[in-house]
Design a protein around this ligand. Structure first.
Ligand code: AMP
Length: 274
């Protein structure tokens, strides 16, 4: 596995490759969720590249940029073991050499709701780094987790709007042994908060069971979760279509339930794609 730290090195590597590249962008602190994306990339591409970059432009001022978990050595080891071909680990200066630069603004309807209404400018920052990485790496396929549902939908929209020739592949949510969706931020949870957090996947499972029994009404499904998380700080819990508009009944392959919960200031996301 080759470790690339500069854009120059990345370009040289890219020039020596053919056109079957799978790309998994990450912010490091890798876990099995990330590794599942890499596994998909390995399966469907000749070469797989992973980026590790804690992207400052997607954090707002009051967020956890400085304390975001970083573990480069372990990440490199995990990528090596996963059979990754190249790993791109640039510095902030490498990716953002100019203080004033071109920005990308995602569509308001998709980006100013849910995560976007809480994290000001977040998705603009995500698109800013993803478009740079896409231009440098020129992947055929890029892998994103369905856990970050809104991000996935916004990236698909950008690729479509800008006529990029890249397949965006959404991968299933990977959970730990207690069903909590894996996240690098789970390391912020102490054991009491972790135990509380398990109510989230329990609520998600209650909704899945209700659907199996035939329930389709959005408000009934939302209320199952809200009732189960009564003592929690729920930022949002909504059934929406892929344009993130509220809908009355769930529809197969075109709707999802978005959930964000705060436990002792740690924000945890989970969702169900119907
Ligand atoms: P991050 O490092 O948090 O920016 O995540 C990098 C990629 O991994 C994103 O596409 C995430 O959606 C994806 N990801 C994070 N956690 C999970 C998970 N538990 N299951 C599947 N994909 C995930």
């Amino acid at each position: 596995m080759i470790i690339l730290r500069s854009i120059k090195e990345l370009k040289q590597w890219r020039e020596s490759q053919d056109n079957n590249i799978g790309f998994t962008p990450t912010m490091g602190a890798l876990h099995n969720g990330h590794l599942s994306l890499i596994e998909q990339s390995k399966k469907h591409n000749n070469k797989s590249i992973v980026s590790i970059f804690v992207n400052p432009t997607q954090f707002s001022i009051n967020e956890d940029l400085n304390k975001y978990p970083r573990n480069e050595e372990k990440d490199i080891e995990l990528c090596k073991n996963a059979g990754v071909d190249a790993i791109f680990i640039p510095s902030v200066n490498e990716m953002y050499p100019h203080s004033d630069e071109t920005n990308l603004i995602p569509p308001i309807n998709l980006a100013n709701v849910f995560e976007g209404s809480i994290r000001n400018g977040h998705f603009s920052g995500v698109l800013r780094i993803i478009i740079k990485l896409f231009h440098l790496i020129k992947p055929n396929n890029a892998y994103f987790g369905k856990k970050d549902a809104q991000q996935l939908l916004i990236i698909k929209k950008m690729v479509n709007d800008l006529f990029l020739d890249i397949n965006i592949i959404g991968c299933p949510i990977i959970r730990d042994c207690n069903n909590l969706a894996l996240s690098s931020r789970n390391t912020y949870l102490d054991s009491a908060s972790y135990n509380l957090a398990l109510k989230i996947p329990q609520s998600i499972n209650l909704v899945k069971e209700a659907i199996k029994k035939g329930e389709v009404e959005s408000n009934v499904l939302e209320n199952i979760i809200k009732k189960n998380l009564l003592d929690f700080d729920v930022d949002y819990c909504n059934v929406v279509n892929y344009n993130l508009e509220p809908i009355q009944k769930i529809q197969k392959d075109s709707s999802l339930l978005l959930l964000a919960v705060r436990i002792n200031n740690v924000r945890l996301l989970d969702n169900i794609w119907f």
